[in-house]
Design a binder for this molecule. Structure first.
Ligand code: SF4
Length: 364
């Protein structure tokens, strides 16, 4: 379905607005009660932009630290190379459990590993629903927001999960997932923040599935897009606090700080995919909280179907320009500026969308 189909499907609009109403006051209260989070957001933005000015230095430093800690480390210039590296590590005939990761969507990792003959499961509840529905995430953090409870009931029946309400369904999914966790050969995660000081992968969550996906299997693969690199643990921790505040889950139930464990093989793939050379460098300060998506009037109508193949909404316009190509639908933005107003990193998305339009028009 494209953006025009989305306009006719009221469930996207209902889902986005319901999520916005549920989260907006929680986020504002969190920021009011913990004003230091705004200072953290500033510090994280500045640090990310500093790292982006000299990616080569920070990537080398991160790789060196990880190698010293006994990890296997790779740098993938593009999505194809990242997929291939991950595919070689996983092989075929394996069970893979995955934590939700937009970067893995960016490189179409699940589909690729499945094509090699692996059983691959998303372990985040929303992402699992999207997987079973054979759909795409409709929001960075709340991927299944466009489904009603009745629709989720129908979707989950496909994998033998039944329940009369959200609680029973969630419990059915937990039971289904338990067996997958126990037999998984490989765990895959993204990364919310990476510390170049210690080589630690920081991941924030509320379900506990990331903890199980990354600690139980004997082999663990972390996908780290290079804008996640921060100079030290302190900034990485601040980054996950800010993300958690802006998705309405502060303080988070779990913060995972993953590093090489004796009993586990750990692989880290750094992904460039357009980030080093982008002319939209300011956007590399994005922490992918999805706040701008919920507040955007166009996203409220079309969800992530307004954007590229993976990323949608105002942030998605720019991520698509960085990782694929400038999306023509950037002309549908109202340039109202709400995205920048709510962004923890104060990113000038309207300015970048204007620039995209200029580039497209000049090329005509
Ligand atoms: S652009 Fe800003 S508000 Fe939007 S996802 Fe990124 S950090 Fe969050």
């Amino acid at each position: 379905m494209n953006i025009y189909g989305a306009l006719e499907q009221g469930s996207i609009r209902e889902g986005v607005l319901r999520t916005l109403m549920n989260l907006r006051d929680v986020i504002l209260k969190t920021l009011n009660d913990h004003p230091y989070l705004l200072e953290y957001a500033d510090e994280v933005r500045n640090a990310k932009l500093r790292v982006a000015e000299d990616f080569d230095y920070w990537i080398d430093r991160s790789m060196e630290v990880l190698e010293k800690r006994g990890c296997h480390v790779y740098l993938a210039e593009n999505a194809e190379k990242a997929r291939r590296i991950a595919g070689e590590m996983v092989g075929s005939g394996k069970t893979v459990v995955k934590a939700k990761s937009m970067v893995s969507e960016e490189i179409r990792l699940r589909e690729y590993l499945q094509s090699l003959g692996n059983e691959v499961w998303e372990t985040d509840l929303g992402e699992f629903i999207v997987q079973v529905a054979d759909d795409r995430p409709m929001h960075m953090i709340v991927p299944a927001l466009h489904y009603s409870e009745a629709q989720v009931m129908e979707i989950l029946k496909k994998v033998g999960i039944h329940g009369r309400d959200a609680e029973e369904l969630a419990s059915g999914v937990r039971e289904f997932m338990r067996e997958k966790f126990l037999k998984a050969d490989v765990g895959v995660s993204g990364c919310n923040a990476f510390s170049a000081e210690t080589g630690r992968v920081f991941l924030v969550e509320n379900e506990g599935n990331i903890r199980l996906s990354t600690s139980l299997p004997e082999r663990y693969i972390a996908l780290v897009s290079i804008e996640k690199i921060l100079p030290d643990d302190d900034l990485a921790l601040k980054s996950v606090f800010v993300q958690s505040a802006y998705v309405g889950t502060f303080p988070p139930a779990y913060i995972n700080i993953n590093e090489k464990a004796d009993s586990q093989e750990m692989h880290v793939i750094f992904l460039d995919n357009g980030r080093k050379t982008t002319e939209f460098r300011e956007h590399l300060a994005c922490i992918k909280c999805g706040r701008c998506q919920l507040e955007c009037p166009v996203f409220q109508l079309a969800g992530s179907l307004w954007g590229g193949e993976v990323y949608g909404g105002p942030t998605g316009m720019v991520w698509t320009a960085i990782t694929e190509e400038i999306p023509e639908v950037c002309f549908l933005s109202t340039l109202c500026g709400k995205c920048r107003e709510v962004c923890p990193s104060d990113i000038d998305m309207p300015g970048m969308i204007r620039k995209m339009r200029e580039i497209i028009l000049k090329a005509r």
